[in-house]
Design a protein around this ligand. Structure first.
Ligand code: 2XP
Ligand code: FE2
Length: 305
């Protein structure tokens, strides 16, 4: 078997508003328009990925939280209805997806070997979270490629962002080893926003973009700082600054998805492509494509799991 590889990583935010505004047949509510900067950013990501074939999508999601280690989707097929608990009027999505079970088990084994807890999720009736569904839908609406979704652990909240992120580096390295060992060509999705302070009131028409704007200047400055680091290829610095970013911009990267993705991609130092930036109910979101590192420096867990 050929050695597998990470084909690309992406920061792939999951506001359900984006699926709502696309009006795909799977989603019941209908929209007139909305959040074009981000939807067109995803369109540019899809065009770019069309030149980089991959055979599995790996996604790390903040909306599947587990307090004991990481759970990994590991049943071949999941179908059902996902209703967003906060935005049920925007997201009632019927899904029908396939999982790369062999790779899922390889990730579980490599994660355990790295000293972290990992559990295969084999219950076929398990309900898939909207973070997984929105990021995967916007990246690959055809759903013609299997996925593996990985839960986020509560260590960032229970212990600290530093400890959580050290574990995410170990999880990212374990993920890459599993991809290499199984010969897969994998796309990685970090399913999260950047700054994440929400509006507390929704306009009467959710897609009325005359109401949409970034919530405050501090958040915006943080988002621009992060995007500038991406554009310069300074991916390690993004993770080094995570504790301050999380605290000051209430960032959804707190759940570890971005650190996992950058670690699995080997902390590239090539410029990343910002396909677009926009706000959703005031939160800062960017679609960013990350090239895999040419040489993996793999610093694993920094010795402090
Ligand atoms: O609240 C969240 O975590 C969401 N993902 C929903 C909405 C907008 C986010 O940017
Ligand atoms: Fe979210």
């Amino acid at each position: 078997m050929n050695r597998g590889r990470i084909v690309a990583g992406a920061l792939a935010p999951h506001p359900p508003h984006l699926v709502y505004a696309e009006n795909p047949p799977q989603n019941e509510p209908r929209a007139e328009c909305g959040w074009e900067e981000l939807r067109w950013a995803y369109e540019r990501l899809r065009l770019s990925l069309a030149t980089k074939p991959f055979d599995v999508i790996l996604v790390h999601t903040p909306h599947w939280r587990t307090s004991r280690g990481h759970h990994v989707l590991a049943s071949p097929h999941f179908k059902g209805l996902s209703v967003d608990p906060v935005f049920p009027h925007l997201f009632r999505y019927t899904y029908d997806l396939r999982v790369d079970v062999e790779l899922a088990h390889a990730i579980v084994e490599e994660t355990r070997a790295a000293g972290l807890e990992a559990v295969p999720m084999c219950n076929p009736d398990f309900r898939i979270d909207y973070g997984t569904l929105v990021s995967c839908h916007m990246t690959r609406p055809q759903w013609d490629i299997p996925i593996v979704a990985i839960s986020s652990n509560t260590a960032h909240d229970d212990l600290s962002v530093e400890v959580g992120d050290a574990r995410m580096k170990a999880l990212g390295d374990a993920t890459r080893r599993a991809v290499e060992a199984t010969g897969r060509k994998a796309l990685l999705l970090a399913s999260c926003s950047l700054s994440h302070r929400h509006f507390t009131q929704e306009p009467a028409l959710p897609e009325d973009m005359t109401h949409e704007h970034i919530y405050n200047y501090n958040q915006y400055l943080w988002d621009m700082r992060m995007l500038s680091l991406f554009r310069q290829g300074r991916t390690r610095q993004i993770v080094d600054e995570a504790p301050d970013f999380v605290e000051q911009a209430v960032s959804e990267t707190r759940a570890g998805s971005l650190t996992w993705m950058l670690a699995a991609a080997g902390f590239p130092d090539e410029p990343c492509t910002v396909h677009g930036y926009g706000s959703v109910i005031g939160t800062g979101n960017a679609v960013v494509e990350v090239p895999p590192a040419r040489v993996h420096s793999g610093d694993a867990c920094d010795g402090k799991l």
